[in-house]
Design a protein around this ligand. Structure first.
Ligand code: PHE
Length: 475
């Protein structure tokens, strides 16, 4: 039953609470290291422009569509889609894409929480380092003063071989996530977002200013914004759109679920605009925070996943007050990862509560526990299970360990497929009056929105899916 109180009557206490929670869901690890690296490697300013185009033309209409489905359905992603389908005279089977979103959320969380565990480990390392610096009377020392730039990267490789530490951090991170979700929408999720997100923004601005004064700001700006249009190949366009969807938390049930807690009075279109803008601004600012620091010590900006965990600690080692700033940096990343993980877990928990009639706390611990176990497999695939191939028969995943298989399955298959079905559903199947009333758009804006969601989004997303599945098509 997807009735009025299907979501247990829970709801945000204000529009701001919703905006902060949704921005918290969107802003995460994707913004902090993936976007800046992609931009730098793939054409700088040209990539940034392309990315902004994807955000405005496809991401934003998708965000609006998902929040709208949730608000109308007032339930988890699956039951909300079913409700909109019923009210539109469409088949209940459309609920399947809601279910796929929930599955994606659970799968993303399984490996996301492992990476968040690494972040937590570095919060601990840098925190201990800072305490040491303070007690030795030198609070503005560089980070990890007793180590050298050659040995600092070993921190990460050693962590990857240390299962008790790896799993311990994973346990702690999932435990915190579950505990917050178990407390409920207002006392847990909303409270976490209203505490963590302002702190996140303050740290982001602070560290960016620090980097601008002590690092190579000009070089960072040149790296991220010098346009090189020759680099915009179909593969790069594909990557930009995929990144926009992941970063905006589209197609993974989180926004539909959070939309289910939005009051009828809230205007959805400006709210969706704010979420999209904030997510994009943070992605760009993250680059302007990280690269001046990376360039200050002449490190490679294209280090990829190790940029945050190996290059930055080396940079903090040599920079003034690196111990302090390094600690604050990992706290910032931790906050970003936590608010995203909360939304991923909530997407699955809301469904389990509705489906099985479980109380919230029970749903949170059971669902969170199951996701945690999948995460253990992801963590072990860094070492003892590195040779295990989940989908070895599929050429796309023939060389992928468990972690990369789940990551790739979600990013290349589930997310684009779900986004495709969402846009087809909202653009072609959902009742036009219902969409007009829920989005509250004026006639002109509604026309543009309809065009984007019915035509541009499905075509563009179909192309990501195609090229993702058959990379050889790109030559
Ligand atoms: N958008 C988050 C990030 O950029 C990840 C995420 C995806 C969160 C999907 C919720 C749902 O890190």
């Amino acid at each position: 039953m997807a009735g009025a109180a299907a979501n247990g009557g829970e709801g945000w206490s204000s529009r701001w609470a919703f905006v902060l929670a949704a921005v918290g869901a969107a802003v995460g690890l994707g913004n902090i290291w993936r976007f800046p690296t992609l931009a730098g490697e793939n054409g700088g300013g040209a990539f940034v422009l392309l990315y902004i185009g994807c955000v405005v033309l496809i991401g934003l209409p998708m965000v609006l569509s998902e929040v709208m489905i949730g608000r109308h359905g007032r339930s988890d992603a699956y039951h909300s889609v079913v409700k909109v389908a019923e009210d539109s005279g469409a088949s209940r089977n459309w609920g399947i894409f809601g279910g796929m979103g929930i599955l994606s959320a659970a799968l993303i969380l399984s490996f996301y929480s492992v990476v968040a565990g690494w972040v937590l480990y570095y919060v601990g390392v840098m925190g201990a380092d800072l305490l040491g610096a303070i007690f030795s009377g030198n609070p503005f020392a560089g980070a990890l003063a007793s180590e050298s730039p050659e040995t600092i990267p070993d921190r990460m490789t050693n962590l990857f071989e240390n299962n008790p530490m790896l799993l311990g951090m994973h346990v702690i991170f999932m435990g915190i996530t579950i505990w917050i979700v178990a407390r409920g929408v207002t006392d847990g999720i909303e409270k976490a977002a209203t505490l963590l997100m302002p702190a996140f923004f303050a740290l982001l601005v602070l560290i960016t200013i620090y980097g601008a004064f002590t690092g190579e700001f000009g070089k960072a700006v040149a790296f991220m914004f010098t346009p090189d249009f020759s680099k915009l190949t179909p593969g790069v366009m594909n990557e930009a759109l995929g990144q926009a969807l992941f970063s905006m938390s589209v197609a993974s049930a989180a926004l539909i679920t959070y939309g289910g807690y939005v009051s009828k009075e809230t205007k959805l279109a400006p709210t969706a605009g704010m979420i999209s803008f904030a997510d994009t601004a943070v992605a760009i600012l993250a680059g302007l925070m990280i690269f001046p620091i990376v360039f200050a010590v002449g490190l490679d900006a294209a280090a990829g996943p190790t940029l945050v965990f190996q290059s930055l600690p080396i940079a903090f080692h040599t920079m003034p007050a690196g111990s302090l700033v390094g600690f604050l940096f990992f706290v910032l990343v931790f906050f970003a990862a936590l608010t995203s993980s909360i939304s991923l877990l909530e997407a699955a928990v809301a469904w389990a509560m509705e489906k099985f009639g479980w109380a919230r706390a029970k749903a949170a611990w059971l669902v969170g526990g199951a996701i945690f176990l999948v995460g253990v497999a992801c963590a072990l695939s860094l070492n003892i299970w590195s040779e295990v191939r989940l989908l070895g028969f599929w050429s796309l995943f023939a060389d992928a360990n468990i972690f990369d298989t789940i990551d790739g399955l979600v990013g290349k298959v589930l997310l684009p497929l779900t986004a495709f079905l969402t846009s087809i559903f909202v653009g072609w199947k959902a009742d036009k009056k219902l969409v007009a009333a829920e989005t509250g758009l004026s006639a002109g804006a509604l026309g543009i929105y309809r065009f984007l969601i019915a035509w541009l989004a499905p075509i563009a997303v179909f192309l990501i899916l195609l090229f993702g599945l058959f990379p050889s098509l790109l030559g």
